[in-house]
Structures are given as C-alpha cells and as structure tokens.
Design a protein around this ligand. Structure first.
Ligand SMILES: C[S@@+](CC[C@H](N)C(=O)[O-])C[C@H]1O[C@@H](n2cnc3c(N)ncnc32)[C@H](O)[C@@H]1O
Length: 245
C-alpha cells in the first residue's frame, strides 16, 4: 500500500480590499485549490472571502472558520484565551483532515498572511506537518497610504506599527519616539488613539482611512473627523516624511 501524498497548505494574502490588488499568484492558488478556508464572524462571509468572490471556482470545497468570540470578551481574559485556543485547535484538525487526504488547502488572509493575520495561528500548527507555502499580499497600511497619496517614510525615518489596543500611555510613548507610525485595530479605540496623538503632539499629521481600497472607503485628516465612530477596518497613518528633498 503506497503512502498517500500529503496536500499542501497555502496561506493566501488577499490584499486590503480592492480585488484588483490580488496578486496573480493568489488568484492562481485559489483557482487550483481543492479547499478554500476563510475566517469570519459567525454567519458572515468574511472580508477576505468577499475580496476573492470573482475568482473562486464553483466546485471548490469551502470551509468557513467562524470565530467563537471577537470583541465580546476582553482578549486578556482566560475565558477568551481558552475559547480562541480551542477554536484554532479545532480549525487545525479540520484542515489537517483535508491535507491528510491529499487536498490542497488555500487559507484566505486579508492583507498579508504573516502580518497580524489569523492565518498565522494555523500556520504555526500545520507548517511542520504538511508542505506549506505563503503567498504575500498587499498590506492594509500600504493600500491605505497609497489610496491617500501619502508618502510615509523616507531616508532614515523609523516607522512604528502600533496596535490601537495598546494602553494609552504606551501609545503616547511610542508615538513620541518615532518619525512615522501606523495605528492598526482602530475601531472602538479611536477616542484613546486621538488622545494619545494629541498628547504626543502628532494629531495634526494623523490621517484616518476606513475600509481602504474598498468600494465604501472614506478618509480624512483625523483632526477634521468630527466623531469617534470607526469600523474594525480602519487605520491611522502618521507620516514621518513631510518635506520635499
Ligand atoms: C488583524 S489585522 C490584519 C492586517 C492584515 N493582515 C494586513 O496585512 O494589513 C486587522 C486590522 O488591519 C487594518 N485593516 C485591514 N484592512 C483594512 C482596510 N482595508 N482599511 C483600513 N484598515 C484595514 C485595521 O486596522 C484592522 O483592524
């Protein structure tokens, strides 16, 4: 009896939203995969899945991976850690079955898979057991600063990428010690981010982009944004590069 050839795991970056920002390699991987897995909130389709809509073959096996919790429980609570760990373990087992059966499994990841992507939790559990490939994607920050026509770093500038979930004093500290910054995971953290930017003296350079490169995108200098409403898919850019050479 010959051993079954293992299937390949492919982490596929979908880019930030505009389907035209999918790479040729990402499209080929999706079209040649047997299984298409994607993360989403229960009952939703997931942003990554929406981006690739036009290129998914009809016969592909779709495996939605529904997060048990998102922001309902604080991420530091043991209850959150337990539920999310169990979810990644179960998702790993589901995909491992397909890989053991010799199927190619493409896992969608919005933006770039290895840059704050949920795909990483599967990657670390599966990459030592199955052949694995990662297809990079255009990151959200890159899509957003391009859409905003905003040069971000130049020369010896330091760029700091900060999660908006950080404590306010840590945000102030980091913003005070960098030329440029990108603040991810804005959403409900926007009031805190705004206060930190004011405290660090950077509010006048801060630029807000929501749903960058998507059809319903919006953007404005943060100081001109009159409310603190922000969707999950929003980012704040603080360019370090202000003067022309
Ligand atoms: C879990 S991270 C995923 C990052 C992604 N892997 C990447 O390469 O950019 C999610 C955060 O990315 C940012 N983000 C993702 N897509 C975005 C978009 N189209 N416009 C603005 N921000 C976006 C938001 O700050 C969001 O909270």
């Amino acid at each position: 009896m010959s051993a079954m050839t293992l299937g390949k795991l492919i982490g596929v970056g979908t880019g930030p939203g505009d389907p035209d920002l999918l790479t040729v390699k990402a499209v080929k991987a999706i079209q040649n995969a047997d299984v298409l897995a994607w993360f989403a909130k229960e009952g939703r389709r997931g942003n990554g899945r929406g981006i690739v809509d036009g290129v998914v073959p009809a016969e592909i096996i779709e495996v939605p991976l529904y997060y048990p919790v998102t922001t309902e429980i604080h991420r530091a609570k043991p209850e959150y850690v337990d539920q999310v760990t169990r979810f990644y373990e179960e998702s790993t087992a589901t995909l491992a079955k397909h890989l053991e059966a010799g199927r190619t499994v493409a896992v969608l990841s919005e933006g770039d898979p290895l840059f704050y992507g949920s795909y990483m939790h599967l990657h670390v559990r599966l990459a030592d057991r199955f052949p694995t490939e990662v297809i990079p994607g255009v990151t959200a920050m890159s899509g957003c600063w391009s859409q905003a026509n905003l040069p971000i770093v130049q020369g010896d500038d330091v760029l700091s990428v900060l999660p908006g979930t950080m404590d306010e004093d840590q945000l102030v500290r980091r913003l005070s010690d960098t030329e440029a910054a990108v603040i991810m995971k804005v959403g409900r953290n926007l009031p805190k981010i705004r206060r930190a930017l004011i405290e660090a003296g950077r509010i006048d350079q801060a630029f807000y982009v929501e749903r960058g490169t998507m059809a319903n995108t919006a953007m404005t200098p943060l100081a001109e944004k009159s409310d603190d409403e922000a969707p999950y898919f929003s980012i704040v850019l603080v360019p370090g590069w202000k003067t022309k050479p």
